[in-house]
Design a protein around this ligand. Structure first.
Ligand code: NDP
Length: 592
């Protein structure tokens, strides 16, 4: 065990390793070096766009013939129950961290009637579904796991594994009595505002019609498995599944059944990066089908030092979180106040620092991967943060095993699967097990069920010219409804930071209605207009769409309506806006 007395200091610096200090930056190489790399980035982007012409479909939902890819392998039996027709005060659509941490805040404010409606057979959301071998969160656990102060819990490792995170979700649900009213294996199909009783009427696929005063859309940002559109997928005669639906009955709990199995994995995103080392150790052979490499940085993991943990004072996590936010703010202020440096120069320095970081990642590949062609193919050619950065110490060495093979499709991707396995450039790669590591549908509007607000307006209809929200949480005409984690909210690498500030805000709003003896709270239209403009004004600050390699971070490199994305003004600025709203709640909402 590493003696990590200085854990917090280490943590805080690790959280900022990607934010170069451009004010003190010393150029290490001539500008031509960086210009050449940028030209290579552009060429790689163009190559990928060529294979994804506008209007083409690259992904499909796991529906119709492919619906089995969404079946729950963790609870194959459906618990029979009668339809529910009752009323609760707050209803959450989804039972992941959004619902859990907001519920905790509501309990602290005395709200008793809280129901979670969840598709899975338990709480946990992402961590309920994703149980693949090697699953872990590579955001530091002391920051990622929410409510550590309240739960008086210190994670066992620097990076928590999936099972520990799921157990934490379950512990929160038990601690705050959220299992009492929760319904599982239930999907909400419609949420309709009833003018007569001023309540939401929520229907489900189990025949329920539940009534709720407040509804929180807590259904997650990456919740539905998505499959690449690959010709012949249905022809494949072997076993196949999506990473988020790992079939341990087939592979064995410790992958022991894979000893004689040839495995193929399509995709090399954050899920595949965690799975590859585990399968590489267990399977007869492994073929990894790559379209675009991920950036793989060092994963500095260790067991929590019990002495350090014992010394943590009550409230340690909140203080730690505050320190991180203060540091973000200080960095942003420093950047904004840089005198005598033009905007273009700031961008140039930032880009060069980013390229230096990526070249360090390239050098690590050269040092680790023995076969030069494989090493070359594993190098990402795009700015760090164009895609989700990954951290792993075993992923790259896996490619040194004689049983592990990288099939680099050079941006094209696998476009055909035959009876025996994926086909690339006329060669079929026979496998017994094919794992789709192709990611998740990106939640664009925050909405999967039909949501109908005041005047019979459907939310999708309201959004037809672009998303319209206040802070990404409220949308006018849909009183007492809140959206968590969706677009027009701030981007935050540690998602639970965002969910926590949103949860606090939602609890404040619900409190305002209850304590003011009101029935409803709805965003004012002019305030919503202001936020949409605010989102648009900051969208220009990122060149992601124009310069990044395609992926779900930038709508696969296609044009998007400018307001349909995250708020890019910075997390600290988003928090400032939430604080401002908190101080003047009555100015922002119509209360009836
Ligand atoms: P991603 O969407 O990140 O990755 C999908 C992968 O599939 C990409 O590499 C994509 O290539 C590839 N792909 C798609 N179609 C094809 C094809 N036809 N042929 C070959 N490759 C193809 O999904 P993940 O499940 O990996 O991750 C989703 C998100 O979940 C992450 O971005 C992260 O936010 C989160 N996550 C977080 C973890 C953590 O530690 N905190 C761990 C795991 C996931 P291309 O890049 O070219 O599009």
């Amino acid at each position: 065990m590493a003696a990590n007395k200085d854990t917090e200091k280490k943590e805080l610096s690790a959280s900022f390793q990607m934010n170069a200090d451009i004010s003190e930056r010393k150029e290490r190489k001539p500008q031509e070096f960086y210009d050449d790399i940028k030209a290579k980035y552009a060429a790689e982007r163009e190559l990928r766009l060529e294979y994804r012409p506008p209007g083409s479909t690259f992904y499909q939902a796991a529906e119709g013939d492919f619906a089995h890819y969404e079946h729950d392998p963790h609870a194959t039996e459906i618990d029979e129950r009668d339809p529910i027709n009752d009323e609760v005060e707050v209803l959450f659509i989804g039972g992941g961290f959004s619902a859990l941490l907001t519920s905790a805040r509501l309990r602290q404010r005395g709200v008793e009637s809280i129901r979670i409606v969840e598709r899975g057979a338990d709480v946990g959301g992402t961590w309920y579904w994703n149980r693949y071998p090697g699953v872990a969160c590579d955001v530091v656990s002391y920051d990622y796991l929410p409510l550590l102060d309240e739960m008086e819990y210190v994670p066992t490792r620097h990076y928590a594994g999936g099972s520990e995170i799921l157990a934490h979700c379950q512990a929160i649900a038990r601690r705050y009595d959220l299992y009492d009213l929760a319904v599982f294996q239930t999907t909400v199909t419609s949420t309709t505002w009833n003018e007569a009783d001023q309540r939401w009427h929520v229907r489900t696929d189990r025949g329920d019609e539940m009534i709720a005063k407040f509804v929180v859309c807590a259904n997650g940002t990456l919740a539905k498995p998505k499959l690449a559109v690959i010709e012949g997928m249905e022809r494949f005669t072997g076993k196949s599944f999506h990473t988020s639906r790992w079939d341990y009955e087939w592979t064995g709990a410790n992958l022991e059944n894979l000893a004689d199995v040839r495995v193929g994995i399509i995709g090399t995103g954050a899920s595949a990066v965690q799975i590859v080392p585990e399968v590489a150790k267990a399977a007869k052979s492994l073929h990894v089908f790559q379209r675009t490499p991920s950036s793989i940085d060092i994963r500095d993991d260790w067991e929590t030092d019990p002495e350090w943990a014992a010394k943590l004072a009550p409230g340690w996590q909140s203080k730690r979180r505050q320190k991180i936010i203060d540091k973000f703010r200080a960095q942003a202020d420093k950047r904004a106040n840089l005198k005598g440096i033009s905007r273009d120069e700031k961008i140039r320095r930032q880009e060069n620092a980013n390229i230096d970081a990526m070249m360090r990642i390239h050098a690590r590949i050269d040092e680790t991967v023995e076969d030069p062609a494989t090493a070359e193919a594993l190098k990402p050619w795009y700015m760090l943060m164009c895609k989700r950065p990954c951290f792993h110490n075993e992923y790259l060495p896996s490619f040194n095993l004689p049983s592990v093979h990288l099939v680099d499709t050079q941006g094209k991707g696998i476009t055909e699967v035959g009876e025996n396995g994926p086909i690339f450039e006329g060669t079929e790669y026979p496998v017994d097990l094919l794992i789709y590591a192709t990611g998740f549908e990106v939640q664009q509007t925050g909405i999967y069920n039909s949501i109908v607000g005041e005047g019979g307006v459907e939310l999708q209809q309201k959004y037809s010219d672009g998303i319209r929200t206040l802070l990404g949480i409220h949308t006018a005409g849909f009183p007492n409804m809140f959206i968590m984690g969706g677009y027009q909210a701030s981007f935050q690498f540690n998602l639970t930071d965002l969910l926590q500030v949103q949860g606090d805000h939602i609890a404040d709003c619900i409190d305002l209605v209850r304590n003011g003896a009101h029935e409803t709270l709805d965003a004012k239209h002019d305030r919503e207009d202001w936020w949409v403009q605010e989102v648009i004004s900051h969208r220009g600050k990122t060149n992601r769409n124009a310069e990044c390699t395609p992926g779900y971070y930038n709508f696969e490199g296609q044009e998007n309506r400018r307001q349909d994305g995250n708020y890019n003004g910075g997390f600290h600025a988003y928090i400032d806006h939430l604080d401002e709203v908190k101080a003047t709640l009555n100015d922002w909402f119509v209360l009836n």
